[in-house]
Each structure stands twice: as C-alpha cells, then as structure tokens.
Design a protein around this ligand. Sequence first.
Ligand code: ZN
Length: 198
Amino acid sequence: MDYYGSQMSKLIEQLASLPGIGGKSAQRLAFHIIHMPKEQVAQLTSAITEAREKVCYCRECFTLTDQELCPICANEQRDHKTIMVVENTRDLAAYEKTGKYEGVYHVLHGAISPMLGIGPADIKLKELMQRLQGDVNEVIIATNSSLEGETTAMYISKLIKPTGIRVSRIASGVPVGGDLEYIDEVTLLRALEGRIAL
Ligand code: ZN
C-alpha cells in the first residue's frame, strides 16, 4: 500500500537504501526533508552531488580528497619517510585528531578477508609496495585488531620484511574487534607509542 503518494515513497525508498537507515528512520528523514526550507534542501542535494563528483583518491596515499594530492601528502612539514597503513579514511581521521602523528598515511580501503572473498588485490596493497620503492624508513601497520585487520597486518609485514624497511604494528591497547574510529585519542596515542617491531 502506498500511503504517501509516489514522490514521498520514492524519497523514503532512496533513504532506506543507505547503510544503517531502516524503514522507520527513512520515513522520519523524509518527513523532515519535506518540511525543510527549500534552499536548505538545495544545499543538501548539491553537497551530495558535488561531493560525489569531486571527491577522489589522493594519488599518493589514496585517502579521499578533492585535490590531486591530499593536504597531508602536500604538507612538507610532515615526515614522508614514515607511513602509517590504515584500513580507511575514517581511521586516518581518528589518528589526525590526536594531532601527534607527524608522518603520512596509506589508506588500503579495506582489509583482507578470505571469508568475504576480499584478497590482497582488492585493497590498495600494490600501491603501497610501489610507494615503498621510494625513500621510506618505517611502515606502521594500524589496521583494526579484528581478524581481517590482523590477517592484513601479517600479510603486509611479510611483504615488507625482505625490503629491509622497518615494520611495526600498533600496540594491542586497541580492543580486539574495535573499530579505530570509535577509540578515544589517548588510547590511540598509547597504541601508536607502544608499537611493536614486526
Ligand atoms: Zn595523500
């Protein structure tokens, strides 16, 4: 039964297709949008369209950015010889929030998961190895402490070992299965400072 008329139903359906938004939330959001001032709706839709059009991967670290080189990679004050490997841009943001990390990043966009059929070729691993042909002192592996994160960390450390570059893993102060973005800054810093050489 179409209680709301097709336009409203279409909006609800679109919103409900987003991750983490169930039918009820979609309805609530749709009603909210319908009552928003028209110019605010225009701002929202153009923010979505523009972000989708302009946001791309940084050519160096593969984080999301709207420039060829993200602000971190473009910053000459950062230590470009220390690379922290993270699973996604949200994890990068969590470390940036601590304000204490001076190096640069490499964003994998996922983790190896045999169960989900995600292999090394499905994440930005080849790109990391290419970067390591440059002048790099240390790679800090900061993937999550989930099974996938640990599998990925092991795989990467095995790949890097023969190159002679120092490889370390953030300390296990990060709770198992914990998503990096939900961990407070103090815990993150402790994990970084207490990193273990692999
Ligand atoms: Zn970058």
